[in-house]
Write a protein that binds this ligand. Structure first.
Ligand code: Q46
Ligand code: ZN
Ligand code: ZN
Length: 313
């Protein structure tokens, strides 16, 4: 197997692109795909400050690595969720990456800052762990981005993630969510801009990128992920992709190009009128936001200095 670019020995074949790459040209291919995504979707510009949500997994560490390699000002944000050994290990990988690459890292530990962790908080608030976790992560990302005056929050969602979410939303005709499927969500109402620069790259490519670039990442999934519906959707899409290379990308990018804007109205109609949370100052449709209610039920406390710069931007 020879590299399509230089005819040297290839380390990976990408059937979807009908190409093979050596290590050097594979890294370049991934970085080019990310650069193209940032440009095509107008995600951010050189000089903008980007906050990258990092979990210690392959996707988010690769995203951080690629953005820095492309010359962007990318700071990592790690949230300590308190999910036993999984959290301890993932934190070690993130801290090691930051030290090795001399990359700025912000760490927010839920227990230290808010007095709860995901397993305990979910039980107390009678939510599923992933629902309590999603709510907590969104709040912490938003708050850190606004407080630090970052221009965008980037996450490591890849093509497989986005195609699986789209598949689920189409399967159940969640039309309101179909209107929010874009890899860039503009800043609004005190929420920061959110971007997904890896949407042109699949899971296999991200794992390969980390191996070729020498990035150590946590391989184990979060123990709470078991039973997640998206895992079934991913498996179904992988079967389709094996029979028809490129189907996943056609499905996702075809939707964005040809159909996504038809659902703008429904997404807009589903948006609630937002005021400010009395406790933390975050945008909220009610006096006390869902995050502050979770913290209260979990027995923790929102730090008194939390309202800070919310809404000032
Ligand atoms: S970390 Fe959190 Fe995920 Fe674990 S508890 Fe669920 S949402 S599965 S991406
Ligand atoms: Zn090559
Ligand atoms: Zn609040």
């Amino acid at each position: 197997m020879k590299c399509t670019v230089c005819r040297g020995p290839a380390v990976i074949d990408l059937r979807r692109h009908n190409a093979n790459f050596c290590a050097e040209h594979f890294l370049k291919f991934c970085r080019d795909q990310v650069e193209r995504t940032i440009d095509d979707f107008d995600m951010f510009a050189p000089g903008d400050r980007v906050l990258v949500a990092v979990s210690g997994g392959k996707d988010s560490l690769a995203a951080w690595h690629i953005l820095r390699h492309l010359g962007y000002d990318a700071t990592g944000l790690y949230i300590g969720l308190g999910i036993g050994e999984y959290s301890d290990t993932s934190h070690r990988y993130v801290a090691a990456f930051a030290a090795e690459h001399d990359a700025p890292l912000i760490t927010v530990d839920l227990r230290e800052r808010y007095g709860y962790d995901i397993p305990g908080g979910a039980r107390a608030a009678r939510r599923t762990p992933c629902s309590a976790c999603g709510l907590s992560k969104r709040h912490v990302f938003d708050e850190a981005a606004i407080e630090g005056a970052f221009d965008a929050v980037a996450t490591g969602h890849n093509l497989d993630d986005e195609a699986a979410v789209l598949f689920g939303n189409v399967l159940h005709w969640h039309t309101e969510y179909l209107g929010r499927q874009s890899p860039v969500l503009a800043a609004r109402d005190g929420f920061p801009r959110k971007v997904k620069p890896l949407v042109r790259l699949g899971e296999r490519e991200m794992a390969a990128y980390c191996i070729v670039a020498g990035i150590d990442y946590i391989v184990d999934e979060c123990p709470m992920a078991r039973g997640n519906r998206h895992l079934h959707y991913k498996a179904a899409l992988n079967d389709i992709e094996a029979a028809s290379p490129g189907a996943k990308a056609d499905f996702y990018f075809g939707f964005l190009r040809r159909a996504a804007d038809r659902f703008d109205g429904e997404a807009e109609a589903g948006r609630e009128q937002l005021g400010r949370c009395d406790t933390c100052g975050a945008p909220s449709p009610v006096e006390r936001c869902a995050f502050c209610r979770l913290v209260e039920r979990a027995g923790g406390a929102v730090p008194v200095n939390a309202p800070t710069l919310r809404g000032a931007k």
